[in-house]
Write a protein that binds this ligand. Structure first.
Ligand code: CA
Length: 231
């Protein structure tokens, strides 16, 4: 999952970005409304954290432009304390959630998890697929109850695939959602990470769909029969 943080307070932006990276996300940062608008308009983020008081272009304008252009990315706005009008303007412009400054980083992380969960249609922070289970709160995965050792990028890949179970996901889509802007994409290709993940998960959970990409689904159980559909 890849996130954008638009915040002109550089210390706060760095703090938020670090916490999000530690939690397993790829993160890009913009320090003014113009850069933020451009990135949100051109890169497919899974969620955006947007400060309202921004130089060059304010957060409400940025958000309104994204929404007018049809960008449906979940957006959490950061508002100043006691500015109820900012919250109202933010929601009217298309915000999905808000957080008032100053905030505790854990609350931001929880709200981001909730946004991503809702966007993917999941009710819980624990995603499962056959023997595999992923706890997005702790960025941990287990297989048949045993902890799975994953690098940051393998975790990110697995989390994205699990959020999009059963759907075909292209290599381009994975590249866009796993790597931040500064990442050296050429020497770290998706194929390599898929290969490593397959070694850890078993070969049959990540199916290669020729010419299209990958599909993540539970491994077929030997001897299992097709469930009878209810009328
Ligand atoms: Ca600000």
């Amino acid at each position: 999952m890849r996130l954008l943080v638009v915040e002109d307070n550089k210390d706060l932006a760095r703090q938020v970005a670090e916490a999000l990276k530690t939690a397993g996300y790829a993160v890009d940062v913009a320090h003014d409304g113009e850069d933020g608008h451009f990135l949100g308009d051109s890169e497919p983020y899974d969620a955006i954290i947007l400060d309202i008081g921004l130089p060059v272009l304010d957060g409400i304008t940025v958000l309104s432009r994204w929404r007018k252009a049809g960008r449906m990315t979940p957006v959490l706005i950061l508002t100043a304390r006691d500015r109820w009008s900012e919250k109202v303007a933010g929601f009217d412009a298309g915000a999905d959630d808000y957080l008032t400054k100053p905030f505790v980083i854990e609350e931001l992380l929880a709200r981001v998890r909730a946004l991503l969960r809702r966007a993917a249609g999941n009710a819980s922070n624990e995603l499962t697929c056959g023997p595999l289970s992923l706890d997005v709160r702790g960025a941990r995965a287990t297989i048949d109850g045993a902890p799975l050792k994953l690098t940051a990028l393998e975790y990110r890949l697995l989390a994205y695939l699990m959020h999009h179970q059963g759907k075909v996901v292209s290599r381009t889509e994975l590249t866009e959602h796993l790597y931040d802007q500064d990442f050296d994409r050429d020497s770290n290709t998706i194929e390599v990470f898929v290969g490593r993940l397959r070694k850890k998960l078993g070969q049959d959970m990540i199916e290669t769909v020729r010419g299209l990409g990958y599909r993540f689904s539970p491994p077929p159980r030997s001897g299992a029969t097709e469930p009878t559909p209810h009328a």
